[in-house]
Design a protein around this ligand. Structure first.
Ligand code: GDP
Length: 366
């Protein structure tokens, strides 16, 4: 039975240990398409089970990519480019060409200029020591840009295999399902869900010329905001609809809370408007700076939510990042959450995010 793999995630099926990846009850082997219990539960109940696959195993699987000649397609979530970056990806890639794909473009406000975003992604890649041969923006769920990427993949792969890599939750499975549809016209074959860490082991998708496209497991990046909140609330961080900006006119010494996940203090610079690009359902709360600390202590887990109350204790502390905004039209980016645009220069702010979550400035995308 060693050759049976799960049609959902590609893991080798086993019937001995329910606590290990790939478990399925013996009776389920009778079915034409065998699916592991983990994928079965995700599919039918949207319920994720923890399995014992660690970072080291993920790295081992990825390591061999560098040793083969292939095209690498790296997917990032455009809302979480830093949080969803696979550190050391150039090591896996070796000398192989790499295409960088920014996914979930459908949630961006229409006013975002795609070319600006592409340029920004190129600069980010360069900062991480990566030189992609091409950069694309797509919406895997809506199909935007998929044809173009499919054509580019076919062009750059030069008859060789393709490895699709990405951190968990960037939408890699959704992307591959789209690509398969584009290439073969088949329906959904790979499990997709909200929950980080649902794609296990390599899935091989044969291409017409004997080469193959491989879906690799998603590395769990522990700096992703998504790991700090309950899975029931993940939909708050994975917007499905175009983000509607919310504008706040702040005086000096006022604070905005983004749920209980992040905070922005306006320190100095005179009355200023802050345009918040966050998931539409995210609760934004305004208060006075002098009250902010005690408000957070009292109300995190309730009014300032997520995190849920029962998670507050294990939720990482919010760490301050101080910035002086020096140029017109600057975005303060909270990795995995969204960003706040400030249109004027000479403003001093302190941005708080959970310890380990990236906060940075960039030239505004709008
Ligand atoms: P994987 O862990 O990288 O394989 O990610 P999945 O394919 O399971 O997707 C993770 C989450 O992102 C799911 O909730 C998807 O519905 C969502 N998602 C994937 N692609 C897109 C997209 O293009 N736009 C939006 N808005 N959501 C997406």
């Amino acid at each position: 039975m060693s050759e049976i793999v799960c049609v959902g995630c590609g893991i080798k099926i086993q019937t001995e240990d329910p606590g290990k990846p790939g478990y399925t009850p013996k009776a389920a082997l009778e079915k034409e398409e065998v699916i592991c219990r983990r994928c079965f539960r995700i599919k039918n109940y949207n319920d994720i089970q923890d399995v014992s696959l660690n970072d080291e195993d993920f790295l081992k699987i990825l390591h061999k990519i560098g040793e083969t000649k292939a095209l690498v397609v790296k997917i990032v979530d455009i809302f979480d480019v830093n949080g969803s970056w696979i550190k050391g990806i150039q090591r896996f890639v070796g000398h192989n060409p790499i295409i960088l794909v920014g996914n979930k473009v459908d949630v961006l406000p229409k006013s975002v200029k795609e070319q600006k975003l592409i340029n920004w992604m190129r600069r980010q890649a360069k900062e991480y020591g990566l030189k992609p041969i091409d950069v694309f923006l797509v919406s895997s769920s809506k199909g935007h840009g998929i044809k173009e990427v499919a054509a580019a993949i076919d062009h750059y792969r030069n008859g060789q295999d393709v490895y699709v890599v990405g951190c968990t939750n960037v939408g890699k499975s959704t992307f591959i399902n789209r690509i398969i549809k584009e290439v073969t016209g088949e329906g959904d074959m790979i499990t997709t869900s909200h929950f980080p860490g649902t794609t296990l082991d390599l899935i091989e998708i044969p291409l017409h010329d004997g080469a193959a496209l491989y879906d690799t497991p998603g590395i769990i990046n522990h700096h992703q905001m998504a790991h700090y909140i309950d899975r029931r609330d993940l939909k708050l961080l994975t917007p499905k609809k175009e983000i509607k900006p919310k504008v706040y006119q702040l005086n000096e010494e006022q604070t905005l809370f983004f749920g209980g996940l992040a905070r922005l203090d306006f320190i100095k610079g005179g009355r200023t408007s802050f345009v918040c690009y966050l998931p539409n359902e995210m609760n934004i709360h305004r208060t006075k700076l002098e009250k902010a600390d005690s408000l957070y202590k009292t109300h995190v887990g309730e009014m300032l939510f997520p995190p849920r109350k029962e998670y507050v204790e294990s939720f990482p502390e919010l760490v301050p990042h101080e910035f002086t905004i020096k140029s017109k039209k600057t975005d303060i980016v909270f990795s995995g959450l969204g960003w706040v645009t400030v249109n004027e220069e000479n403003k001093r702010v302190i941005a708080y995010a959970p310890k380990g979550v990236h906060v940075a400035l960039r030239h505004s995308l709008i």
